[in-house]
Design a protein around this ligand. Structure first.
Ligand SMILES: Cc1ncc(C[n+]2csc(CCOP(=O)(O)OP(=O)(O)O)c2C)c(N)n1
Ligand SMILES: [Mg+2]
Length: 366
């Protein structure tokens, strides 16, 4: 095993589904293919660049004290944009908490996401407007919510499927195994996407599983495929096929997207304490954005002017979120008591009153 456990992460067979090499050349595949126009490819590039930009801006803003926390999706843009753009608007998506690229595909304003991490909203978007559920920080249960939703979809006979995201760490939660099994026995129209980014905070994938995660699907009785999660084309092709499989009444599908969390787990984390710089350097060579850019440039579908225009758009987005976040009004300090229960509750009232007295203690004259 290498220092970073690459052998365990990459398994033995079958090979990853890959349609675009790290050098940016097309790779043929027997089962999965995709044929996009240059305009569609440029669209995926734009999505990834803009996602990376607002994500990076959010890290800086957190460092400047504008947010309590931020969880970066750096390096996972292809896994998220490829799968997010594969879904139809009518499909329903359950993210965990790092799916900023998927949120972008669903039209959730990055500022709304950031507002949540600033503590000024409770998620901030209406899940039913975007068919994009609120973020769930608790690891695991969201796969059960998604499975239940998909069972409802099947009962309604609706022409849609559900996408449910979890992480390599999440795969160790009992809830996820229960969801996979429940989805299977109920033939629910759901596609599970495990973004295996190598780490669950400081716990490496070798401490989560002895077999590649996608192989678990076979034990539950449905297909599972491992995809190069840094290849936006492969992610889009496999997710499209998986959603068609689910919509067609064939039950669940598991996609393991092999990717890498290039950033710390969250802004409160220091990965130099538990992983090697060599590992990060190795994955930097597989950067999902550089790969698509190389393909676009090689094919002469993107020139310097186009790339500069996308950078300018990214700069404008960064400025918009920076200005927007800084101008968000602070919430009332007692606001977090407001939605504990739908109705007034004596214990919450007592706690609110106590907290109000505590705050008053800081006022002048006390
Ligand atoms: C049930 C539960 N246990 C522990 C945590 C604390 N926690 C937050 S993120 C995380 C790691 C999750 O890793 P993974 O599923 O691989 O997702 P990633 O952060 O890599 O996207 C843990 C243990 C939690 N949020 N929920
Ligand atoms: Mg992980």
């Amino acid at each position: 095993m290498t220092a970073n456990g690459t052998a365990a992460r990459e398994g033995t067979e079958p090979a990853l589904v890959r349609l675009l090499s790290p050098e940016g050349t097309r790779v043929p595949h027997d089962e999965y293919s995709i044929d996009l126009t240059p305009e569609q490819l440029r669209g995926l590039y734009r999505d990834m660049v803009l996602t990376r930009r607002f994500d990076g801006e959010a890290v800086s803003l957190q460092r400047q004290g504008e947010m309590g926390l931020w969880v970066s999706a750096l390096g996972q843009e292809a896994a998220q944009i490829g799968s997010g753009r594969a879904a139809r608007d009518t499909d329903y998506i359950f993210p965990s908490y790092r799916e900023h690229g998927v949120a972008w595909c669903r039209g959730v304003d990055p500022l709304t996401l950031m507002g949540m991490f600033r503590g000024v909203n409770h998620g901030g978007w209406d899940p039913n407007t975007n068919n994009f559920h609120l973020y769930t920080i608790v690891i695991g249960p969201v796969t059960l919510h998604a499975t239940g939703y998909a069972m409802g979809v099947a009962k309604d006979g609706a022409d849609m499927a559900v996408l449910s995201y979890f992480g390599d760490g999440g795969s160790s939660q009992g809830d996820v195994s229960e969801a996979l099994n429940f989805a299977a026995v109920n033939n629910a129209p759901i596609v599970f996407i495990c973004q295996n980014n190598g780490w669950a905070i400081s716990t490496p994938i070798e401490k989560q599983t002895r077999v590649p995660i996608y192989q678990r699907a076979a034990g539950f009785g449905f297909p599972g495929v491992r995809v190069d999660g840094n290849d936006v084309l492969a992610m889009m092709a496999v997710t499209r096929a998986a959603l068609e499989h689910a919509r067609g009444g064939n039950g669940p599908f598991l996609i393991e997207a092999l990717t890498y969390r290039m950033a710390p787990h969250a802004t409160s984390d220091d990965p130099t304490r538990y992983r090697f710089a060599e590992e990060e350097a190795e994955w930097r060579l597989k950067d999902p954005i550089a790969r698509l850019r190389a393909y676009l440039v090689n094919e002469a579908w993107a020139d310097d002017a186009y790339l500069a225009a996308i950078e300018a758009e990214a700069d404008a987005l960064a400025k918009r979120v920076r200005d927007g976040l800084r101008s968000m009004p602070d919430p009332e300090p007692t606001a977090f008591f407001d939605h504990v229960y739908a109705e007034q509750h004596p214990l919450v009232d007592e706690e609110r009153a106590e907290f109000t007295r505590y705050l008053a203690g800081f006022e002048e004259g006390h």
